[in-house]
Design a protein around this ligand. Structure first.
Ligand SMILES: [Zn+2]
Length: 72
């Protein structure tokens, strides 16, 4: 079914795109932090791979991101 294939294609492309981005940032350095709206919370992630938290607001995520990069 063409419809089913299209349904599967989008998430797979999304996942491979994420994998590429993470691979490019590999190395353990705090090159960038992302704060993604995950619906009921914000998923915060750093390129160093050791910072991964959930916050209730984007503002809190930005604050924690600054604290994280100030730490390292
Ligand atoms: Zn970091």
């Amino acid at each position: 079914m063409d419809d089913d294939n299209m349904m599967l294609d989008s998430p797979m492309e999304f996942l491979s795109g994420l994998a590429d981005a993470e691979g490019a940032e590999e190395g353990g350095y705090c090159l960038g932090q992302s704060i993604l709206d995950a619906g009921d919370h914000y998923a915060c992630h750093c390129s160093c791979g050791s910072w991964d938290v959930r916050t209730g607001t984007r503002e809190e995520g930005l604050r924690l991101a600054r604290l994280h990069t100030a730490d390292s």
